[in-house]
Write a protein that binds this ligand. Structure first.
Ligand code: ATP
Ligand code: MG
Length: 400
């Protein structure tokens, strides 16, 4: 037994020296460290200093009585867990009940039987050990939990990042096209500028200068446009310092829709955005919410193209409608398509990792969306549209 190594401390409190001696002798060879106090005040200061494992406390004492001592102990967060056993000649029910009400765990009537004291003390000490072992275990468990949660978050973070990179890969053609347009324009404006600088003396120098200024402005605007596209890509693929922050949903959705449109223009599609005048801010991780929205829009577009293909209906562009509204707690974002719709058994599989009906799909999109939205404290779901296609939606908690 580890008994001899950790000697529990028992504080004995009695104003009568005779009683104190008897108690001391009774418990002396029980392997406890015994502390003695002959008044309530002293008992409290020793308790404060030594944090004993058990207190045997006489009730009737001049000055501060045992009840008061016990109350003071129980009101002190660092002492309140020390078990108190009352000792008293008052052997009536009232005073026992009062002792328990003040927070005592046991009651020994005087004059006591030494063997009774020994076994009651031993019981309390054993309980105390168990309780502390349990506390320690709980502490370890919650530490493990925190550790586990961190690991899971890191994994989700990695998967999300990986998936963003792969989305960017798929969108690369669209981006190339998007950046190429302003670059072509820049080349053209530069040529014009050169011509305007030209040394034809017949040219009207004043007009030329004005036109040159206009051309340079246009050139600058186009280079901004190209650099914005690049910035957006960089923002999306970077490994973000993850973390929730206060977000403006309107500007977030505006960004994402612009982002998605890059894809769409190549594919004869359109993404519309319909928002109320004002939306409350939400608390969420910006890049992750962008990622979820982009995934849903891309799924919606893909479903639309599948429908067009199956029905040979290419005369009208595929339209995906993004909208948002708020209730008292959440902002809800909806992505609605008029595409091929879901299989009948989609409910069971849709959010499972690797479920895909697409030849080149990975089936990662929706399962990732679900875990990202849940990490923000939101919900994600879908419904079948009455006419055609599907509406996916998710919520984000409003900042209060
Ligand atoms: N808007 C939608 N309309 C119809 N079916 C959809 C829609 N969104 C998702 N699905 C179905 O759910 C499946 C899983 O979607 P998910 O986004 O998880 O994977 P994926 O799009 O197949 O591949 P990826 O990992 O590249 O996103 C899709 O293959 C498709 O069958
Ligand atoms: Mg997808």
């Amino acid at each position: 037994m580890v008994f001899s190594e950790v000697r529990e401390q028992v504080l004995l409190v009695d104003d009568n020296p005779q009683n104190l001696k008897i108690l001391y002798d009774t418990l002396d060879d029980q392997h406890y460290r015994l502390l003695l106090a002959n008044s309530g005040d002293k008992a409290l200061s020793i308790a404060e200093k030594s944090k004993p494992d058990l207190i045997l406390l006489d009730i009737m004492m001049p000055g501060m009585d045992g009840y008061e001592v016990c109350e003071t102990l129980k009101s002190n967060p660092s002492l309140k867990d020390i078990p108190v056993v009352f000792l008293s000649a008052l052997d009536d029910v009232e005073s026992k009940v009062k002792g328990f009400e003040k927070g005592g765990v046991d009651y020994i009537a005087k004059p006591f039987q030494p063997r009774e004291v020994i076994s009651r003390v031993a019981t309390q000490i054993r309980l105390r050990r168990l309780e502390q072992a349990l506390k320690e275990k709980n502490r370890e468990l919650s530490a493990d939990n925190v550790e586990m949660k961190k690991k899971l978050e890191a994994q989700r973070e990695q998967l999300a990042h990986f998936s963003r990179l792969s989305t960017m890969g798929e969108m690369a053609a669209g981006f190339a096209h998007e950046v190429n347009q302003p670059l072509t324009a820049i080349t053209n404006y530069s040529r014009v500028a050169h011509r305007l600088l030209g040394d034809n003396p017949e040219d009207n120098q004043v007009t030329n200068k004005a036109m040159l200024a206009t051309t340079l402005n246009k050139l600058e605007a186009q280079s901004h446009r190209a650099s914005e596209v690049i910035q957006r890509i960089r923002g999306f693929v970077k490994k973000p310092k993850s973390g929730k922050q206060e977000l403006n949903v309107t500007s977030l959705l505006t960004d994402v829709v612009q982002f998605a449109e890059v894809d769409v223009r190549n594919n004869q599609g359109r993404v519309t955005l319909e928002l109320p005048d004002a939306l409350p801010n939400v608390e969420a991780d910006e890049i992750q919410v962008q990622q979820v929205t982009l995934n849903l829009i891309r799924n919606a577009l893909e479903a639309s193209f599948i429908w067009q293909q199956a029905n040979n209906a290419f005369d009208e562009p595929a339209v995906v409608e993004v909208s948002a509204y708020a209730d008292t707690r959440n902002v809800w974002v909806e992505v609605k398509d008029h595409g091929c719709g879901l299989a009948d058994d989609a409910e069971q599989k849709l959010f499972h990792p690797f479920y895909t009906t697409k030849g080149e799909g990975m089936g990662i999109g929706l399962s990732l969306c679900q875990s990202l939205i849940q990490a923000q404290g939101g919900k994600i779901g879908f419904r079948r549209n009455p006419d055609r296609g599907t509406t996916f939606y998710f919520s984000l908690p409003i900042v209060h």
